[in-house]
Design a protein around this ligand. Structure first.
Ligand SMILES: Cc1cc2nc3c(=O)[nH]c(=O)nc-3n(C[C@H](O)[C@H](O)[C@H](O)COP(=O)(O)O)c2cc1C
Length: 217
């Protein structure tokens, strides 16, 4: 279900001072009307996973229903408690920890999602998705959903530039998956180069644009 609000604000440049308004700024600067949507936020085992807490918080504050789905490795970097509290919803960490009901929870999430946003995305999850693996809740949702998929990778620069990773990105792009390219700078591994997670504001703006396009279609 999607509900459109503030349509008159589309295309207007907003510069709010307060953190709660940053997500509104990002959405509205994408030129789109604000759309309340169901977002599955996939989080993988990157040092940048803590930034997913900010994403979950901002997307929730502006009214989206955000369900965080963490890989087993992501739980090493950011806690389900943090993400569950910020998103105000249960967090998925286990494909087999199903809720009550006949339909598998991951299929229901895949079917109902308006957007699958994976941020940060590891080299490993890109490889799994490019080759159709469904070994955990996140990769199973990625295969099952027909919602737009938006990926923000984060990794060591050599991992990002490796032909295997670049080939996996091309495969995914060929299927219509959209990417927010990683930024350059000092990486957590100590190297300087490309591989940093794109700024949270850029990810929010890209998500807003994808949702707006989906609503128009
Ligand atoms: C401290 C640390 C930081 C890591 N950061 C990244 C990262 O930013 N990007 C990445 O692709 N892998 C990173 N890894 C490796 C992944 O955690 C590893 O490949 C893992 O299997 C990914 O699993 P997932 O894709 O299922 O979450 C890191 C590992 C460690 C120990």
């Amino acid at each position: 279900m999607q509900t459109e609000i503030y349509p008159e604000a589309a295309g207007v440049t907003f510069r709010f001072q307060f953190p709660i308004c940053r997500a509104f700024c990002a959405y509205l600067q994408s030129g789109a009307a604000f759309i309340m949507s169901k977002i599955v936020l996939g989080i993988t085992g990157s040092i940048a996973a803590y930034k997913a807490a900010d994403l979950a918080s901002q997307l929730t504050k502006v009214g989206h229903e955000v369900t965080c789905v963490l890989t087993k490795e992501a739980v090493e970097f950011v806690t389900p408690l943090t993400l569950g509290t910020l998103s105000r919803r249960p967090v998925v960490t286990d494909l087999f920890a199903e809720k009550e009901g006949w339909q598998p929870g991951h299929i229901q999430l895949a079917d109902e999602a308006d957007l699958l946003l994976i941020a940060p995305a590891t080299a490993n999850v890109l490889a799994a998705m490019a080759h159709g693996f469904a070994h955990d809740a996140l990769t199973a949702i990625a295969l099952a959903t027909r919602a737009p998929i938006l990926i923000a990778p984060a990794m060591n620069g050599k991992m990002w530039l490796h032909p295997a990773t670049q080939r996996n990105v091309e495969i995914l792009k060929g299927w219509g998956v959209q990417f927010i390219e990683p930024a350059e700078g000092l990486l957590a591994c100590g190297y300087e180069g490309v591989g940093r997670l794109a700024p949270v504001e850029d990810i929010l703006a890209a998500a807003g644009a994808v949702l707006a396009n989906k609503a128009k279609a």
